[in-house]
Design a protein around this ligand. Structure first.
Ligand SMILES: C[S@@+](CC[C@H](N)C(=O)[O-])C[C@H]1O[C@@H](n2cnc3c(N)ncnc32)[C@H](O)[C@@H]1O
Length: 281
């Protein structure tokens, strides 16, 4: 089949090496067609006709680096995806409220690959429900490497189909229906947005700006894109970010059997940090 753009094996190998270096994403040979269609959009925008020209352009234009990363991330997500994690967190919020442990300060939660924001807003809804208040003592940090999805997340506007499977009471409580030109979409209530800070962060970055103290880190369905050594490197940086009760919540197909010195499974893809390791001393 004749393709719109020239795309050689060597181009694919260059793209694989670059995205691995810049975002940790390991692409298998089966992802060749996906890479073609995602990067072809950049060639159209830039008026280029060969992938090799695009790769040369990328090398000489620093600003293209972010668009390159944005093009190759996979952002599938949903409100209350893997709902058992939110049920678990709600129980922990309620226990904290009962013990008044949260009086010591705000409870910090981190959504570490937040995509278009559904995970972070689900965390905010869980906090509001558990504390029975629009201003629960909870702060949510939501980060992602992809700046396009972060813009979407900050806006908090979603098509109706995104809330189809949500509980009706939650839809009524937490969303505002669009009218006029905005009919067919919903916006999350500003009270939820006020609980969340959206920031750009590459999990591969050598330094993270956070100071730790997280009660929960949701790092879900992102480690699957990284190889084991990269996962280990990120897990060793997530470990000290958790407070003494802190837990790591992972995606449904993520297991960390290669990092049992850092995290132990407590079931249902939830992990507790292993304490007293040489790494902590
Ligand atoms: C499949 S989505 C998961 C979204 C959400 N956590 C969930 O489970 O529904 C994966 C997200 O990881 C982000 N991602 C990929 N590589 C990353 C990196 N190196 N640093 C931070 N985020 C990354 C992607 O941009 C994407 O939004």
């Amino acid at each position: 089949m004749q393709r719109e753009f020239d795309f050689t094996d060597a181009d694919f190998e260059r793209i694989r090496a670059l995205i691995r270096k810049r975002a940790g994403i390991s692409l298998t040979a089966r992802k060749r067609d996906l890479v073609y269609s995602r990067i072809a959009r950049r060639l159209r925008v830039l008026g280029l006709s060969r992938f090799s020209d695009y790769l040369d352009y990328l090398q000489n234009h620093n600003l293209e680096a972010q668009d390159f990363i944005n093009a190759l991330t996979t952002n599938l997500t949903a409100f209350f995806r893997e709902e058992h994690h939110f049920v678990h967190l709600a129980q922990r919020f309620e226990a904290l409220q009962a013990s008044q442990a949260q009086d010591k300060g705000r409870i910090q939660i981190w959504s570490a690959a937040c995509s278009t924001g559904e995970e972070a807003y689900s965390l905010a809804m869980t906090a509001v429900e558990s504390f029975g208040s629009w201003t629960p003592p909870v702060s949510i940090l939501a980060t992602d490497v992809d700046t396009n999805v972060l813009e979407h997340a900050k806006r908090g506007v979603y098509g109706m189909e995104r809330i189809e499977r949500l509980d009706e009471a939650r839809v009524k409580t937490f969303f505002l229906k669009g009218r006029g030109a905005r009919a067919g979409s919903v916006k999350v209530r500003p009270e939820l947005q006020a609980l969340i800070s959206f920031r750009s962060l590459n999990l591969l970055a050598p330094q993270w700006p956070m100071r730790g103290g997280f009660e929960a880190i949701f790092c879900r369905n992102v480690m699957i894109y990284f190889d084991k050594p990269t996962q280990y490197q990120i897990l060793s940086k997530l470990h000290p970010q958790l407070n003494e009760r802190g837990l790591l919540y992972a995606g449904h197909s993520e297991s960390f059997n290669h990092a049992t010195d850092l995290f132990r499974s407590i079931g249902k893809t939830m992990f507790a940090p292993v304490r007293g390791t040489a790494k902590e001393n």
